[in-house]
Design a protein around this ligand. Structure first.
Ligand SMILES: CC(C)=CCC/C(C)=C/CC/C(C)=C/CC/C(C)=C/[C@@H]1[C@@H](COP(=O)(O)OP(=O)(O)O)[C@]1(C)CC/C=C(\C)CC/C=C(\C)CCC=C(C)C
Length: 522
């Protein structure tokens, strides 16, 4: 086996921290593991064009919204993971484990880095099985190194070429040719867990067969794509563009980690729901991060906010650069926070379906990060000069709370589930009869089904999506507002009507007869 290639790009950071993850780690001296089949073709969510190609970007975005493009990745990940066995141990892996005597040291190193950079998270991973814990550390370290390429002390030297090299180094990791010990930990992780695959039309192996040997590189590649965006893009024209960026840099983490954390054997949810939840948590965390760091980013000349929404709120770039906390800004921020919270709510559904020992760290991360939004509010929406942070006391309270939430069983027949926003009478019937409608997509599907069966929605009932929340008016004594009023009064609308008898059965898991009998009563 040929020796590993030289480092494709420097990842050494300035600074004295001896275990900082950007320190060059020891070259991987373990015998190179057996060669794996070549990686299939490059299949990532296509990045929007560079800024100077705005028209092409607008046309592309209009053709396929980011949410749909990302959704396709999520579906694929979920489908492949569902088809994969819990752990793969092909003969090659046994061989790999024999040659990799240094792996324990590599994983310990990842744990040290993790402890240094993300203490709370490190603590939370202690509840996981040793195998899962160290795999999460390895993924964490790779993500942190990737992020530091454009956000760390050496960021000013970063170039597209260096990111290309980082990506080919990623290919080497997935091909079982790690360059250093931290890479080796990830290489082992992706070979051990069914982080699943990406199929390629040029690949002659069947995807099922391929999944044994080539764990999925796509979310990892997509994260690098996010770093590329950071090099070239400092404005986001719409939420659609921002959504894609958030997927790249954070939603991907959710997709990378679900296969390691595992889905509870008690879960009745489909894999897709869990992956959607994981994606949602990444998006929610990133949106929160963005809202917290508006001032900091502006000082670097960056605005990670949808420009069209800013304009609609009567705000300009100068308002951001000048850091003016006005009524308009507060109103704009309220909407942005509402949207981030909607993603957290979606994440909750996935978090409950994870393996018991993985739930606590995820709930902890969810509750802690979500509290940053409360702190932004508590700061009077001044995120220009005040950094919102969760005080230690509140963090400490969140941990047992997260633990309590993690004890709740995944959805099942015996545990009626509470769903998302508010529903009209017809949706209410639908829910009470055993279905749930928790996203705009579900709502659209329901309406389509009703049309197919010649059913009309209740008179005076309207639904509308604002900031990723579905609002139904006309039900439960809530007055019917016009669409404009609903948009304006978004935060006055009820978000959490509770239907105690709603069971966790997605509409598409009911047979046609069941659906008909449910909808007949609507
Ligand atoms: C259990 C658990 C929380 C696992 C995730 C561990 C992991 C692999 C984290 C990697 C995070 C990382 C370094 C990402 C690189 C890009 C980046 C910096 C994203 C931002 C994170 C916060 O970064 P930072 O350290 O700068 O923040 P502070 O300034 O210190 O506040 C992000 C905001 C994104 C983080 C995204 C996640 C942790 C994804 C969470 C989703 C899951 C773990 C999936 C859970 C599964 C279900 C079903 C809900």
């Amino acid at each position: 086996m040929a020796p590993p290639p030289p480092p494709p790009c420097s990842v050494r950071a300035a600074g004295s921290n001896p275990i900082g993850c950007l320190e060059v780690a020891e070259p991987w001296s373990g015998a190179a593991p057996p060669a794996l089949p070549p990686l299939p073709g490059h299949l990532h969510v296509a990045a929007p064009a560079a800024e100077d190609d705005d028209d092409a970007l607008a046309a592309a975005a209009a053709a396929v919204p980011s949410e749909q493009r990302v959704h396709d990745v999520v579906l694929k990940q979920a489908a492949l993971a569902a088809a994969a066995p819990e752990m793969r141990r092909p003969a090659q892996l046994a061989e790999r484990e024999r040659v990799a005597g240094g792996l324990n040291a590599a994983f310990d190193r990842c744990g040290e880095v993790c402890k240094e950079y993300a203490k709370t998270f490190y603590l939370a991973t202690q509840l996981m099985t040793p195998e899962r814990r160290r795999a999460i550390w390895a993924i964490y370290v790779w993500c942190r190194r990737t992020d530091e390429l454009v956000d760390g002390p050496n960021a000013s030297h970063m170039s597209a070429l260096a990111l290309d090299r980082w990506e080919s180094r990623l290919d080497d990791i997935f091909a079982g040719r790690p360059y250093d010990m931290l890479d080796a930990a990830l290489s082992h992780t992706v070979a051990t867990f069914p982080v699943d695959i990406q199929a390629s039309t040029t690949n002659t192996m069947k995807s099922q067969e391929y999944s044994q040997y080539a764990p999925c590189v796509q979310p990892f590649r997509d994260m690098i794509e996010g770093m590329r965006l950071d090099l070239t893009k400092s404005r986001y024209r719409s939420f659609d563009e921002l959504y894609l960026y958030c997927y790249y840099v954070a939603g991907t983490v959710g997709l990378m980690t679900v296969p390691v954390m595992g889905i509870s054997p008690d879960s009745r949810a489909n894999t897709e729901t869990v992956y959607k939840g994981a994606l949602a948590l990444g998006l929610a965390n990133q949106l929160t991060n963005i809202l917290r760091d508006v001032g900091e980013d502006a000082r670097r000349g960056r605005i990670y906010l949808p420009m069209d929404e800013l304009e609609m709120a009567g705000l300009s770039e100068d308002d951001i650069f000048d850091g003016r906390v006005t009524d308009r800004w507060r109103c704009f921020m309220r909407d942005q926070i509402t949207r981030a919270r909607a993603f957290f709510r979606q994440a909750e559904e996935g978090a409950s379906e994870l393996n018991q020992e993985s739930r606590w760290p995820v709930w902890a991360s969810l509750l802690l990060y979500r509290q940053i939004l409360d702190e932004i509010e508590a700061n009077g929406y001044n995120n220009f000069t005040k950094r919102a942070y969760v005080p230690k006391a509140k963090k400490i309270v969140a941990l047992p709370k997260a633990y309590y939430r993690s004890l709740m069983l995944p959805s099942s027949d015996s545990k009626p589930e509470i769903l998302c926003p508010s529903y009209s009478d017809d949706i209410l019937h639908y829910l009470k009869s055993g279905c749930r409608c928790r996203a705009w997509e579900d709502m659209k599907r329901l309406r389509k089904l009703m049309r197919e069966w010649g059913m009309k929605k209740n008179m005076g009932v309207s639904s509308i999506e604002t900031n990723s929340n579905i609002h139904e008016s006309g039900a439960e004594g809530i007055g019917h507002e016009s669409s404009d009023d609903m948009y304006v009064g978004d935060d006055r609308l009820p978000h959490h009507l509770v239907f105690p008898n709603a069971l966790a059965v997605p509409p598409d898991q009911l047979n046609v007869e069941e659906r008909k009998s449910i909808l007949k009563t609507s």
